[in-house]
Design a protein around this ligand. Structure first.
Ligand SMILES: Nc1ncnc2c1ncn2[C@@H]1O[C@H](COP(=O)(O)OP(=O)(O)O)[C@@H](O)[C@H]1O
Ligand SMILES: [Mg+2]
Length: 209
C-alpha cells in the first residue's frame, strides 16, 4: 500500500501550462469546503530546503547533467516527504502535490535519457506512493497558448523545445498506462471547475472518500 494512512495523498502531473496549479487550487478549496485539512504543496519544493534546491534546478544559468538534476529532484523530494508530507498524512490531512516523482521519470528519463531503472530505484528509496495521480493532458498548442497568456519567464525545462516536450508528454502517458490503479488521465482542455469536479469524482470512485 502507499502509506499507512488516515490521510490522502493526491498528485497532479502534466507539462507546463496544462493547468496543474489551477486545478490543485480548485481541488484544495473543494476539500476545505468539505471541512478537511488540506496541505497544498508542490515539487520541486514545499519545504525550505527543497525550495532552495528548486531554485538551483530551475535556474537557467547553472548547467547540470541530467543525472545530477535527477538526484537533486530526489534530494528535494526526500526532505519534502519526511518534513511535510508524511507528518501531514499521519495526522489525517489531504495532501495535494503539484508534481511528484512521475515528473522526474517523464522529464529526466523520457525527456533527457536517464536510465529508467535508476529513477525507479530512487522512487523505491523514497517509498511513498500517491493514492491517486491525475495526469492533465492538453495538446501542446493549448499549453503554449496558456503559457503565453500566463506570461511567466521560461525555466530550464520550458526552454528545451518541442521535441523534448513531446517526449515528456509521451512519458506521462506511458506511466499512466502502466499504472492504471494509481493513475487517471484527465482531458485538461475542460474548464477548471469541470476538471475539479472530474477529479473529485475520480477520488471518490478510487478511494471511497
Ligand atoms: N482548465 C483550464 N482552462 C483554461 N485555462 C486554464 C485552465 N487551467 C489553467 N488555465 C490557465 O492556463 C495558464 C496555466 O495554468 P497553470 O495552472 O498555471 O498551469 P500549470 O501549473 O500546469 O503550468 C494560467 O494562466 C491559467 O489561468
Ligand atoms: Mg504550475
Amino acid at each position: 500500500m502507499s502509506h499507512n494512512r488516515s490521510g490522502l495523498f493526491i498528485t497532479l502531473e502534466g507539462g507546463e501550462g496544462a493547468g496543474k496549479s489551477t486545478a490543485a487550487q480548485g481541488l484544495a478549496d473543494l476539500f476545505r469546503a468539505e471541512g478537511r485539512e488540506v496541505i497544498a504543496t508542490r515539487e520541486p519544493g514545499g519545504t525550505k530546503g527543497a525550495e532552495a534546491i528548486r531554485a538551483l534546478l530551475l535556474a537557467t544559468d547553472t548547467p547540470l547533467a541530467p543525472m545530477a538534476q535527477t538526484m537533486l529532484h530526489f534530494a528535494a523530494r526526500a526532505d519534502h516527504v519526511e518534513a511535510l508530507i508524511r507528518p501531514a498524512l499521519a495526522r489525517g490531512a489531504i495532501v495535494i502535490c503539484d508534481r511528484y516523482y512521475d515528473s522526474t521519470m517523464a522529464y529526466q528519463s523520457y525527456g533527457q535519457g536517464v536510465d529508467i531503472g535508476a529513477i525507479a530505484s530512487l522512487i523505491r528509496l523514497i517509498n511513498l506512493h500517491p493514492d491517486i495521480t491525475f495526469f492533465l493532458d492538453v495538446p501542446a498548442d493549448v499549453a503554449q497558448t496558456r503559457l503565453a497568456a500566463r506570461g511567466a519567464a521560461s525555466d530550464r525545462y520550458e526552454r528545451q523545445g518541442a521535441d523534448f516536450m513531446a517526449r515528456v508528454a509521451h512519458g506521462f502517458r506511458a506511466i499512466a498506462t502502466a499504472e492504471p490503479g494509481r493513475c487517471m488521465i484527465i482531458d485538461a482542455t475542460a474548464q477548471p471547475q469541470d476538471l475539479v469536479a472530474q477529479m473529485r469524482r475520480g477520488i471518490a470512485a478510487r478511494t471511497g472518500r
